[in-house]
Design a protein around this ligand. Structure first.
Ligand code: CAA
Length: 302
């Protein structure tokens, strides 16, 4: 397999009802693209405030998509936003959230213990047909699957931020993921308009395995004073054709996420030089400089 849907047999089952667990930036994005492709979507969150936040993220993003699709036709834009929004419901009730789910995607905090507890409950509550995926960007899919019974119905579906725009979906299969589940993932990815790549369950899969050490080296370069933040970013945008420079991108994804991913990998693979934590980034995080979301990282945001 290469792209989503290539060499797909008729084994896969169509996905109609999708439950997204976690309504943060990634979860909301996944919910939005699933609804845009016609799925009925349920977002499961811990409280009403988080559900409200998810709703805000989605309506802002839908408004941007609508503007692109319908330009100045306000009526059509509003109808589009309304139509997609009605396909998404929110709940704090786990059992209700998964009662009719074909696919459950987990996009909660990157904490193995939290995810284990959650998957155990989801496994107990969901119908036997439901397949599960994690959107984890740094944890092992096989390790996540240890707590569930239906290991053949479990894999990784790794989206990229901003989900509505980024065209890639990494599909991760463990040694126990069935062909049926894999094909269902690939077909669903295709139905969302994403291009899928398949990869083994290794740290960071494809993109983050290459991206995270590269971003870390850019921070080290800045710390050494080899170049200014602006020049490092300009260099990679104009010299390598990247849409964002590495420090801009670190601000965009969050300095804390980078530190968290690196520390997790370093703990598991202490001798790998590419996974050495970046002390300067840790210092910025300790000062509350998390990037765009906190108003300051390598740059200041209003
Ligand atoms: N929802 C909907 N539309 C959005 C959007 C969103 N969340 N964000 C931006 N847009 C739209 C804008 O409305 C705009 O539309 P128009 O062109 O019609 O005006 C368009 O996208 C372009 O946006 P901007 O002008 O604001 O910015 P841009 O041209 O620089 O594009 C970008 C923004 C797509 C984010 C681009 O800069 C980019 O591709 N950056 C790199 C992102 C990246 O590398 N992501 C991966 C991060 S790593 C990751 O996610 C993995 C992980 O596990 C941590």
């Amino acid at each position: 397999f290469g792209q989503c849907g290539r060499n797909i047999s008729s084994l896969h089952r169509p996905i109609e009802n999708v439950t997204v667990v976690g309504g943060g930036l990634m979860g909301s994005g996944i919910a939005q693209v699933a609804a845009q492709s016609g799925n009925n979507v349920t977002i499961l969150e811990t409280d009403e405030n988080q559900l409200e936040n998810a709703q805000k993220i989605i309506s802002n993003s839908l408004a941007r998509v609508a503007k692109k699709f319908f330009k100045d036709d306000n009526q059509k834009s509003q109808a589009f936003v309304q139509e997609i929004s009605t396909k998404i419901t929110g709940t704090t009730d786990l059992k209700r959230a998964v009662a009719n789910a074909d696919l459950v995607i987990e996009a909660v905090v990157e904490n193995l213990e939290v995810k284990h507890k959650l998957f155990k409950s989801l496994d107990e509550a969901a119908p036997a047909r439901t397949i599960f995926a994690s959107n984890t960007s740094s944890l092992s899919i096989s390790e996540l699957a240890t707590v569930i019974q239906r290991k053949e119905k479990f894999g990784g579906l790794h989206f990229f931020n901003p989900v509505p725009l980024m065209k890639l979906l990494e599909v991760v299969r463990t040694s126990e993921t069935s062909v049926d589940t894999l094909e269902t993932f690939l077909n669903w990815g295709k139905s969302l308009g994403k291009t899928c790549v398949q990869c083994k369950d290794t740290p960071g899969f494809i993109v983050n395995r290459l991206l995270v050490p590269y971003l870390a080296e850019a921070v080290r370069m800045f710390e050494r004073g080899d170049a200014s933040a602006e020049d490092i970013d300009i260099a990679m945008k104009l010299g390598a054709g990247h849409p964002m420079g590495p420090l801009e991108l670190t601000d965009y994804t969050g300095l804390d996420l980078g530190v968290f991913i690196m520390e997790g990998w370093h703990k598991k693979y202490p001798h790998d030089p590419l996974f050495q934590p970046v002390e300067y980034q840790k210092k910025l995080v300790a000062e509350g400089k998390l990037g765009r979301k906190s108003g300051e990282g390598f740059y200041k945001y209003k």
